[in-house]
Design a protein around this ligand. Structure first.
Ligand code: PLP
Length: 395
């Protein structure tokens, strides 16, 4: 099997698994218990917090709140900024059109509660323009939230510039960095970030654990009420094995970040140039400002779902931008946001490769995709009409 869906989730690293097992076996105490066995678990928790804080460029571990993952961190960051805004009569939030649903759906909820939401255009290249952020900021803007890197098309946003604008205008800035952390260099201080969301399972850690970075002084609203864990900011007995494993995974990912990026970029660019040879196809998102392991294409005249199933038969695990598989007929909001029309957006393929992929596997992916696209077009009525000139080609 060739696993090319690392944007959906990653395989846990051996070191992270070992950390998790050892904590589960030897340190299963409750960090809130006062006896020494509980306090040992507490120590593990705080070591992980220090580690994570250092790895994202802050000296203050109290700015790290452990959560159940990226979605919870996004919810907490946005709901907190909204609560602060409401208190100060600031009811306007700025975001982008192609955020993860954890952000977009939270914003929809706030809209129902009376907030005004501005979604910035991400243009054809999948990039937010910092000057457009600047123009959109108003006196009543409570928050700007723009993702670090997009989960479908991999485009990497000018986060530092956007952060600088927010600093200058005195507006809170949150970034969903779930796809970026452990894959791109991130430093919350240098990148002018007030709040950042992360999830362990996107960087070879376990599922169901993540964290929110919130700069000192930002009052957080609880999403989960209960005990006084996480300094009263997130109730519930801490997932100590998961948190410890997350710290191990992040440390490992950051230590080999440049090396991994080099390897991935080489494979990525080979995939891009080879798949570009397929007639009536197009890369989605900017070719350079993108995650080292992300390739996302549209192929005219086919359905992404059929493409995925046939690739699966060939042992290749990939993903499509289309949400048809999840019961919706709408194509990906991300592909629509970069201006792909419905028919084209339906024929998309995302390959998110891992560091351990070989040259041979990349060549096998290329020949398989070419073969499957040609095969599907062979009996596609849409393709027949395109070829007959009944409908014009878009790509
Ligand atoms: C995966 C992902 C999330 C959600 O993270 P979970 O830990 O699965 O809740 C949020 N944002 C982005 C960009 C993601 O890729």
């Amino acid at each position: 099997m060739i696993y090319a869906d690392n944007a959906a989730t990653t395989k846990m690293s051996e070191a992270a698994i070992n950390t998790m097992i050892s904590v589960m076996n030897d340190n299963y105490g409750n960090p809130s218990s006062l006896y020494s066995f509980g306090q040992k678990a507490k120590e593990i928790l705080e070591e992980a917090r220090n580690e994570v804080a250092t790895l994202i460029g802050t000296a203050n571990p109290r700015e790290i709140i452990f959560t159940s993952g990226g979605s919870e961190a996004d919810n907490q960051a946005i709901m907190s900024a909204a609560a602060l805004g409401r208190k100060n009569g600031k009811m306007h939030i700025i975001s982008s059109a192609f955020e993860h649903h954890a952000v977009l759906h939270t914003l929809e909820r706030l809209k129902k509660e009376g907030f005004e939401i501005t979604l910035l255009d991400v243009h054809e290249d999948g990039l937010v323009r910092p000057e457009e952020v600047k123009e959109a900021i108003r006196d009543d803007t409570a928050l700007v939230t723009v993702m670090f890197a997009n989960n479908e098309i991999g485009t990497v946003q000018p986060i530092r510039e956007i952060g600088a604008i927010c600093r200058e205008k005195n507006v809170l800035f949150h970034t969903d960095a779930v796809q970026a952390i452990g894959h791109l260099p991130i430093n919350v201080s240098e990148d002018n970030i007030d709040m950042l969301s992360a999830s362990a399972h996107k960087f070879h850690g376990p599922k169901g654990v993540g964290f929110l970075y919130a700069r000192k002084g930002i009052k957080l609203t609880n999403i989960i009420e209960g005990g006084a864990q996480e300094k009263g900011r997130r109730a519930g007995t801490e997932n100590v094995p998961g948190i410890a494993a997350m710290a191990t995974a992040l440390k490992e990912a950051c230590a080999s970040l440049n090396e991994n990026a080099e390897i991935l970029k080489k494979h990525r660019d080979r995939l891009i140039s080879a798949l570009n040879e397929i007639p009536h196809s197009a890369l989605n998102g900017d070719a350079d400002n993108r995650l080292p392991g992300n390739v996302n294409f549209c192929f005219e005249g086919i359905e992404g779902e059929s493409l995925l199933l046939l690739l699966d038969d060939k042992g290749i695990q990939a993903s499509s931008g289309s949400a048809c598989t999840s019961g919706s007929l709408d194509p990906s909001h991300v592909l629509l946001a970069i201006g792909r029309v419905h028919d084209v957006a339906h024929g998309s393929l995302r390959l998110s490769i891992g560091e351990d992929v070989s040259d041979e596997e990349i060549e096998y992916i290329i020949s398989s995709v070419k073969e499957v696209v040609e095969y599907l077009r062979g009996f596609s009525p849409v393709w027949r009409d395109l070829m007959a000139g009944k409908t014009p080609f878009i790509l």
